[in-house]
Design a protein around this ligand. Structure first.
Ligand code: UFG
Length: 326
């Protein structure tokens, strides 16, 4: 298939591109490089730089490439930032997504895969979280993804296209020592912990140890970025018949303390830590029940162990201590 990948220079998107090309799909990446890196896009994928908020630009890309499918990774994706700057999310995230959907609809592109999020569930009643859990977005970020899911629901109902929404839990790890996570500023736990291991930071601040969890620190479900990418390939191929919504995690929860301990054992570094204040908006525990995608699409993570996830990230950080160096 010819697949247009928005945000294909970003952390998860670039790994999606890698897996698509390996699976013999023809890939066109669209990215404005505001968060992504040109060097993260493999050379055998076409690359177009531009802004998805510009509807004419988006139409022109579809005119030129007439894709069979879209993978829409491009997004602002920080819960905390969305609480401070809601219109970047309720405005820009939604408008960019709608521009891509409108162009897909106008050009007969029948398959659409959306990167969605566990933040759709806010602070859920049941752990692990399945697809029947009540939607109650925890932030404008989660809300922006829910709005896009609802738009896709209507395009499906009106027979315009079929969609898959993949609700990621915590994307982590590196696809190879040359294809990893590089955010600026970095806010995510695993890369920050590894920056401490490298001596680039003095310590890791643990955001609160008074949560109602086994050691008082927050529990998350870390899923390897390559396993996420594989789920996209499976979803793309399964969109012949019906639209699909899946929660995507390993089903194992690890506390912040456990992540730091595992990183100490993987890296052999001391990794000093300090307890700080809770970060507003962090729910105590988010762990996925991913039985649905396992049963329906045969998805099975190749890297379910936290140790392997952190080891892959460590290989990337050691080889590229300053990330992509454009
Ligand atoms: N944490 C710390 N110290 C840090 C950074 C993070 O203690 O310096 C803690 C956080 O409080 C949280 C855990 O580590 O409990 C994981 O935090 P991340 O920032 O790595 O990830 P989040 O769980 O906050 O968010 C991620 C994605 C979101 C997505 C969410 C869904 O970044 O886009 O998962 O679960 F919405």
């Amino acid at each position: 298939m010819k697949v247009l990948v928005t945000g294909g220079a970003g952390y998860v998107g670039s790994v999606g591109v890698h897996e698509l090309v390996k699976a013999d799909h023809n890939v066109v990446v669209v990215d404005n490089l505001s968060q992504g890196h040109r060097d993260a896009v493999r050379e055998d994928a076409a690359f177009v730089k531009g802004n998805l908020l510009d509807a004419e630009f988006v139409d022109a890309v579809f005119d030129e490439h007439t894709p069979d499918a879209v993978m829409h990774f491009a997004s602002k994706s920080l819960v905390g930032e969305s609480m401070e700057k809601p219109f970047l999310y309720l405005g820009d995230n939604v408008r960019a997504g709608l521009n891509v959907m409108r162009a897909a609809a106008n050009h007969g592109t029948k398959r659409f895969i959306l990167s969605s999020t566990a933040n759709l569930f806010g602070d859920p009643a049941e752990i692990p979280i399945d697809e029947n859990e009540e939607i109650a977005p925890g932030s404008p970020y989660g809300e922006s993804k829910f709005i896009l899911e609802r738009n896709l629901h209507w395009l499906d109902t009106l027979d315009v296209l079929r969609f898959a929404s993949l609700r990621y839990f915590n994307a982590a790890g590196a696809a190879s020592p040359d294809l990893g996570e590089d955010h600026d500023p970095e806010t995510h736990l695993i890369p920050i912990v590894l920056e401490v291991a490298l001596g680039q930071r003095d310590k890791i601040e643990i955001y609160g140890d008074n949560y109602d969890t086994r050691d008082g620190t927050c529990i998350r479900d870390y899923v390897h970025v390559q396993d996420l990418a594989q789920a996209h390939i499976l979803a793309l191929e399964a969109l012949d018949d019906q639209s699909r919504v899946y929660n995507l995690g390993n089903g194992n929860g690890y506390s912040v303390q456990e992540v730091i301990e595992t990183a100490r054992s993987v890296t052999g570094a001391e990794i000093p830590s300090e307890i700080g204040s809770p970060r507003p908006g962090d729910p105590p525990e988010l762990v996925a029940r991913s039985d649905k995608i396992r049963t329906e699409l045969g998805w099975s993570p190749d890297y379910p162990e936290l140790e392997d996830i952190i080891a892959s990230a460590w290989a990337w950080h050691q080889k590229h201590p300053d990330g992509y160096e454009e």
